[in-house]
Design a protein around this ligand. Structure first.
Ligand SMILES: [Zn+2]
Length: 254
């Protein structure tokens, strides 16, 4: 009887938590919770809690409070960038474009270097700078992304602006290692289970394991507040969405 009551409480909590939690991933149509899935959702909420527990790391990142403070952080680290006029990057609070590597890691879009998809908020740049140390330690020399800034981007199924609308998200598609190997999310991130914990235990080949390790290290350090991986849905089959949201209380990772 006690076990039954406990289960009922877990199911009720899972149902309520899912109702109040915003859908923060663009292209992410969350499946409606069926009763049989509620128990696994509750377990995932518990698993996510362990990442929230690392918020001390997030505090250590010290997000800049002003544009000039943010730019000073980049200059001090030797990052080359251009400040963009607000009119070409509406929606971005501190709009810049990178003109060189960041912490020794090239951040490259799939289009021309001056394409709007390469614009980003300076705050995202400082987060990438903080992540670059881990990336370099694992031999990463470049991140290739599909986009950072998309002014009209909305969270799928809602009218809420996506993190891309403010240049605070990057869709990482591939990484390049110093030995020349290219690892792609589409081909190498093989473990993908709808709503599975991306940082759980999965049988991966080394390439997929490294991709997940890099993302999960960033999660554990509290660098990003919303992370959407191929585990979540088909819309993220070929990229990992990494988004900063300084106002968010905890990490949302799927
Ligand atoms: Zn995205």
């Amino acid at each position: 009887m006690r076990l039954f009551l406990t289960l009922v409480v877990i199911l009720a909590v899972a149902y309520v938590v899912d109702l109040i939690r915003p859908n923060t991933s663009e292209g992410a149509r969350r499946p409606s919770l069926q009763p049989s899935r509620a128990a696994s959702a509750a377990r995932q909420e518990l698993e996510s809690a362990r990442y929230a527990a690392t918020s001390a790391d997030a505090a250590a990142l010290q997000m800049p409070q002003t544009a000039s403070e943010c730019e000073a952080t980049l200059r001090k680290a030797g990052v080359d960038y251009r400040v963009l006029p607000g009119k070409v990057a509406s929606g971005i609070a501190w709009p810049i474009r990178l003109t060189g590597p960041i912490g020794g890691v090239r951040v490259e879009g799939s289009g021309k270097p001056d394409a709007a998809t390469n614009f980003l908020d300076c705050g995202l740049a400082t987060t990438l700078l903080a992540w670059a140390k881990t990336l370099r330690a694992h031999g990463v020399v470049a991140i290739e992304h599909f986009s950072m800034y998309r002014p009209q981007a909305q969270v799928d199924g809602t009218r809420k602006p996506s993190g891309h609308a403010s240049g605070r998200a990057i869709d990482m598609g591939r990484i390049e290692l110093q030995d020349g190997r290219i690892l792609s999310v589409l081909d190498d991130w093989k473990s993908r289970t709808p709503n599975g914990d991306p940082c759980g235990r999965w049988r991966d080949e080394p390439a997929g394991r490294l991709l997940r390790k890099l993302v999960c290290d960033a999660a554990a350090r509290g660098l990003f507040q919303t992370i959407v991986t191929p585990h979540h849905n088909a819309a993220h089959a070929n990229h990992v969405h990494l988004e900063i949201d300084p106002a968010a209380g905890e990490l949302w990772i799927r």
